[in-house]
Design a binder for this molecule. Structure first.
Ligand code: GLU
Length: 283
């Protein structure tokens, strides 16, 4: 089977060394195998993404010497596709509207005896709106009250095989534990669909066979695998790579402007030298 990889940055800042490493990894894997390398802009969050950063991503990757196949897919141009998936899940009773504010959730959690946390350290949603009587829910929807959409995790797990796993390169089969996410948000009040929903949708739609990305997204793979199983989408293979760190061992982030590709270019760095430094397989 022909390999299809992708680089899927969110345009919330300039690309830094960590992104360059991730992009090079996906690009090299495709090019070495005569496969396809896709570029996707995960610009679904209107509060954090800026068109200027999208344009900069394309420029920075071209400067680095990476070429991609086909059109760049910008998620913000495909909102009806994600909406259709959410509608399908709603029709199956697998998502429910959540009207809670952060304050509501904090209050509810403070009042309960236990407060389990998800893999990202955030407290799990206590299920308040899952338990709303149908009439109250309908009235609040009819009144146009802003709401998120949450996955009903218990129902979702009941709709898929009891054992879910994914293939991680170099490790083999890894068991998933999506329940640790609780009733995950699939559409936010202020963003039409969540990263988890859009990324799994697009990987399936675009025929991605190998997902290469940073190890920070590894825990999310269990939730992605659950969505794939619920929606009948194929499961790609995964290769999570270690995150680059700075001299003090701290993980690079978009806010570390010193490490952006823009700055390196401005400082006269040659792209070939940077490629060789980041990926010895390219030297
Ligand atoms: N858009 C995500 C990010 O920039 C990456 C998505 C992925 O590779 O799965 O962190």
């Amino acid at each position: 089977m022909a390999i299809v990889t992708r680089f899927a940055p969110s345009p919330t800042g300039y690309l830094h060394l960590g992104h360059a490493f991730s992009a090079l990894t996906a690009w090299r894997r495709a090019r070495q195998a005569g496969g396809t390398f896709l570029l996707r802009l995960e610009d679904i969050d209107p509060a954090r993404c800026r068109p200027g950063f999208s344009a900069a991503i394309l420029q920075d990757l071209a400067w680095l010497g990476l070429d991609w196949d086909g059109e760049v897919r910008a998620q913000s141009a495909h909102l009806p596709e994600y909406r259709a998936v959410l509608d399908g899940l709603a029709a199956r009773g697998l998502v429910y509207p959540c009207f809670c504010t952060r304050t509501d959730i904090a209050r509810e959690v403070a009042a309960s005896a236990t407060a389990p946390h998800g893999p990202d350290g955030a407290v799990l949603y206590p299920g308040t709106c899952r338990r709303l009587p149908e009439e109250a829910r309908a009235a609040r929807l009819a009144a146009g009250e802003p709401h998120a959409l949450r996955l009903d995790m218990a129902r979702a797990l009941a709709a898929v095989p009891a054992r879910l796993d994914y293939e991680e390169e170099g490790e083999g089969t890894v068991a998933c534990d999506p329940a640790q996410f609780g009733d995950a948000v699939l559409a936010r009040k202020d963003a039409p669909a969540s990263y988890h929903l859009c990324v799994t949708h697009d990987d399936a739609l675009q025929g991605v066979t190998l997902v290469t990305r940073g190890a920070d997204l590894r825990a999310a793979t269990g939730l992605h695998r659950l969505l794939q199983a619920l929606l009948g989408w194929p499961a790609p293979r995964y290769a999570h790579h270690a995150l680059l760190t700075d001299a003090t061992g701290r993980r690079l982030a978009k806010r570390d402007s010193a490490a952006t590709l823009r700055q390196m270019r401005a400082a006269g760095m040659a792209p070939a030298a940077l490629r060789a430094r980041l990926d010895p397989a390219l030297a």
